[in-house]
Design a protein around this ligand. Structure first.
Ligand code: F6R
Length: 247
C-alpha cells in the first residue's frame, strides 16, 4: 500500500487526476470505477481541465459508479446519476452508453443488482477504482456489519451515513434510507484502487482502516488485503500517520 499525503487540496487533486490521465493515455479503453460525494469533486474538476487542454479523451473509456440512492426523485440534484453528469459526464467526451450507474428507481431492485453485476462481469475487471471513505469506514455504501456482500446489492444506510449525507439534503428525513451498492468483492477485484480521504473528521477512521485489524466492522480495512492500493490523504486526514508512521 502506498500512502501519500498532500499539503493542499490542489496537489492532491492533481496527483489523483494525473494517475487517472496516465492510465487512460496508456489504455484509452480503460474501465474506471467512480465515486460520488464531496471527496472526488476536485479530482473531477482537474480531469475536466485535462480534457479541455486536450491531454486526455474519455471517448472509449467505460465507467461504473459505486452506488446510487434508492427511491430518489429522478430530477433530484443528489441523485448520483445527476451528480455525475454535473461534476464530470456533461463536461467530457465520455459516451453515455459506456457510463454505468445502478438505477435505484428500478421496479425490481434485485433484478437491477443482477443486471449491474452482469455488466461488471462483462467488463471483466475495473482497471482503477476511486474510493472515498465513510465516517464509519464504509466504502461504496458497504456499511459496517458482521458480514459483507461480495456483489451488487441493496443496502440500508446506517444512521451515521444518513447524518453525514444530510448536508446535501433539506433535512435528514429527506435522505434516502436505502441504496444500491457495488459489493466489496467487486471493489477488491479492481486492478488498482485509489482511496482518497480528506478532513480531520476522518483521520481516526482512515488510520484504523489501514493500520488496525481487518474487520467487516470497518469495511475499508479489507483494502489491506488488496495488492495495489494508493491512498491519497490531505494533511488533516493523514494526521495520525504523521505521529506514528512517518509516511
Ligand atoms: C460515494 C460513496 C461513499 C462516499 C463516502 C464519503 O459514491 O460510495 O462511500 O465516498 O460516503 O463521502 P464524502 O466524500 O461526501 O465524504
Amino acid at each position: 500500500m502506498n500512502i501519500l499525503k498532500f499539503a493542499t487540496n490542489e496537489e492532491l487533486n492533481e496527483a489523483a487526476s494525473g494517475i487517472i490521465v496516465s492510465l487512460v493515455q496508456t489504455n484509452p479503453r480503460a474501465v474506471l470505477g467512480l465515486a460520488t460525494g464531496s471527496t472526488p469533486i476536485g479530482i473531477y474538476d482537474s480531469l475536466i481541465e485535462d480534457y479541455r487542454k486536450g491531454r486526455v479523451s474519455f471517448r472509449q473509456v467505460t465507467t461504473f459508479n459505486l452506488d446510487e440512492y434508492v427511491n430518489i426523485p429522478e430530477d433530484h440534484p443528489e441523485r448520483y446519476l445527476n451528480f455525475m453528469k454535473r461534476h464530470l459526464f456533461d463536461h467530457v467526451d465520455i459516451s453515455p452508453e459506456k457510463a454505468h450507474i445502478p438505477n435505484g428507481n428500478a421496479a425490481d431492485l434485485d433484478e437491477e443488482c443482477r443486471r449491474y453485476n452482469r455488466l461488471l462481469e462483462d467488463a471483466k475487471q475495473i482497471d482503477l477504482q476511486i474510493l472515498g471513505l465513510g465516517h464509519n469506514g464504509h466504502i461504496g455504501f458497504n456499511e459496517p456489519d458482521l458480514s459483507l456482500n461480495s456483489g451488487t446489492h441493496v443496502v440500508k444506510l446506517r444512521e451515521q451515513t444518513l447524518q453525514a449525507n444530510a448536508r446535501f439534503f433539506e433535512s435528514i428525513d429527506k435522505v434516502p434510507t436505502q441504496a444500491i451498492t457495488m459489493g466489496v468483492g467487486t471493489i477488491l477485484k479492481a486492478k488498482m484502487i485509489l482511496l482518497v480521504v480528506r478532513g480531520a473528521a476522518k483521520a481516526e477512521t482512515v488510520y484504523q482502516a489501514l493500520r488496525g485489524p481487518i474487520t467487516t466492522n470497518i469495511p475499508a480495512s479489507l483494502l489491506q488485503t488488496h495488492p495495489h492500493v494508493v491512498v491519497l490523504l490531505d494533511s488533516e486526514a493523514g494526521r495520525l500517520f504523521d505521529e506514528y508512521d512517518n509516511v
